[in-house]
Write a protein that binds this ligand. Sequence first.
Ligand SMILES: C=C(O[C@@H]1C=C(C(=O)O)C=C[C@H]1O)C(=O)O
Length: 391
Amino acid sequence: MTEQHYSLDDIRKNVSHIDNEILKLLSERRLLSLEVAKSKIGTAKPVRDQAREQELLLRLIKTGKTQQLDALYVTQIFHTIIEDSVLFQQAYLQKLANPDSLQPVARVSFLGAKGSYSHLASRNYFSRKQTKLVEMSCSTFRDVLNIVETGNADYGVLPIENTSSGSINEVYDLLQHTSLSIVGEITQPIEHCLLTVGDVDVKGINTLYSHPQPHQQCSEYLHSMGDITQEYCSSTAEAMQKVAELNLPNVAAIGNASSGKLYGLTPVKGNIANQQENFTRFIVVARKPVDVTSLIPAKSTLIMSTAQKAGSLVECLMVLRNLNINMTKLESRPVIGNPWEEMFYLDVEENLKSDVMQQALEELTRLTRFIKVLGCYPSENIKPTEVEIEE
Ligand SMILES: C=C(O[C@@H]1C=C(C(=O)O)C=C[C@H]1O)C(=O)O
């Protein structure tokens, strides 16, 4: 019997057909997850059900094995699918809980021009929110807030902490005085590269443009480059623009590879951050606070200043401990104009409306000189459900 040979074109047509079928099925699955969300409203069941995820993953790994698909591959694909399903349900339920909040068109302000990390985070945050974005670039964090405060934008997206360089103090300080509320958060992977005009030799680079944050996050690699001049810009996007304009082989920008493409730049060296896992958490602010449905995990952010006596902060933290409230972040910042006085910022994994949180606020109000809730928002950090993969 002669073996039938197909042309490359024919084979690719078949692959494309299968890819389209996969997309159709993914879209159908997404719609089913909406039905699941609706049924959960009736039964008041939380969106996330890790026992169900565990059972589903184990079954798929087993079935995949019978079709020569390895366990890690199946697990990775379904972690992504489940994450989308959970976030899609959360976005749907949040929209129901806050009918006036998300308009069909939302004006969002962020730092930097197209391609800045804040711009990427803004797009990611709104990607499941079924709203059209009007993107408004700003050149300072102060402007990002101002434009929302004055009603010229609906949302502002601001970086708050990075896994390599830590807290972004300027943003914390601005939050002390804003009238805006935190309504959301998103964690964005930050993949820094050296970007140049054309494929130049890294050894010839002696001038680097970027925002101070990436300079800090890549300090170890920059140190290994020897004698280089570091030039600061107001955003990574401005740095990329500048490098493209200069058009010189000895000059590079630090930025994201896909954003570099927007400016015609080539990535000549990737993975240059001090920590391989480099992420930035961004907050989303708006003029009106949002309600978080009890079906999804919520976070609340508070600021407070304690009495200046021994043990004041400990007393406050004991309130959280006694009510079993998990604190995910504690930051302190000086109060401008009051030397040696500190303002504390706390993130807790609790819904503002919950009984324990209301009790905590009552007790904290008694123990502090000043306390303010900056916002309560859905936690969008979906940790994948782990499964034991047998060999
Ligand atoms: C769709 C559901 O909601 C969530 C998403 C799941 C999924 O996408 O398979 C599974 C469990 C839940 O965490 C569900 O509960 O069935």
